[in-house]
Design a protein around this ligand. Structure first.
Ligand code: SF4
Ligand code: SF4
Ligand code: FES
Length: 241
């Protein structure tokens, strides 16, 4: 079977002053279906010092998000047949590299936790559960499925420029998920928190985020809906005065 070439970003801060690209050539086997299959073989058969994250190998945990031939994605669900030779693997852009393809996700999760990614309900607890109508429940479809892989946020130029101030598309998608949840009573506070020139408004609708989401979610749309809700809320408050 024809040899395939991999060019992989290497950086071990304990050994290398600068990162470099290392080339590997490997024959694909019939059992190699997804990119992660071959990455695991390169590690076990050629160089066990290559470092990358992985866990579920089913597109669920989000841990093997990397930059594949210039586009962020999950190695475990990237079909080898769709990749052009040479296959160039780099860490997610815009996040500090810990080693090889492993990035430091602290800033990504810090921004995510800022939006309070949990239900807040100040009403008295019902005896059984907080019910939703079918329509109310449907509103969170296309939002709750996010696996926090960071493919979107790390492809967003606004996040590269303002990682400490801009929440980023993943966090904002989740912010909207709780804003429109009928069981959450923190609607106003959530909108007020996001109504800020950096946290939300640094999104310039460049739409890199929606082009890379492995779950086919649309953070750009969620961001535009938050902006619209903030605008409507401002008008309502104005007329209440
Ligand atoms: S649409 Fe907004 S959040 Fe998405 S990549 Fe562009 S600037 Fe970033
Ligand atoms: S919105 Fe998509 S790309 Fe962004 S973190 Fe969630 S699953 Fe990953
Ligand atoms: S290994 Fe879990 S999403 Fe790829």
């Amino acid at each position: 079977m024809k040899k395939k070439i991999f060019k992989i970003y290497r950086y071990n801060p304990e050994k290398n002053k600068y990162p470099y690209m290392e080339t590997f050539s490997i024959n694909f086997k019939k059992t190699d279906k997804m990119l992660l299959d071959v990455m695991i073989r390169i590690k076990s058969e050629i160089d066990n010092s290559i470092t990358f994250r992985k866990s579920c190998r089913e597109g669920i945990c989000g841990s093997d998000a990397i930059n594949i031939n210039g586009k962020n994605g999950l190695a475990c669900i990237t079909n080898l047949k769709k990749l052009k030779n040479p296959i160039i693997l780099k860490p997610l852009p815009g996040l500090p590299v810990i080693k090889d393809l492993v990035v430091d996700m602290k800033i990504f999760f810090k921004q995510y936790y800022l939006i309070k990614p949990y239900l807040i309900n100040k009403n008295i607890l019902p005896k059984k559960e907080r019910l939703q109508s079918q329509e109310e429940r449907e509103l969170i479809n296309g939002l709750y499925e996010c696996i926090l892989c960071a493919c979107c946020t790390s492809s967003c130029p606004s996040f590269w420029w303002h990682p400490k101030k801009f929440i980023g598309p993943a966090g904002l998608l989740q912010a909207y998920r709780f804003i429109i949840d009928s069981r959450d009573t923190n609607f106003e506070e959530r909108l007020n928190f996001l109504n800020d020139k950096y946290k939300l408004l640094k999104c310039k609708t460049i739409m890199n985020c929606l082009n890379v989401c492995p779950k086919n979610l649309n953070p750009t749309k969620a961001i535009l809906k938050i902006k619209k809700l903030i605008f409507i809320n401002k008008i309502k408050t104005f007329f209440k005065k």
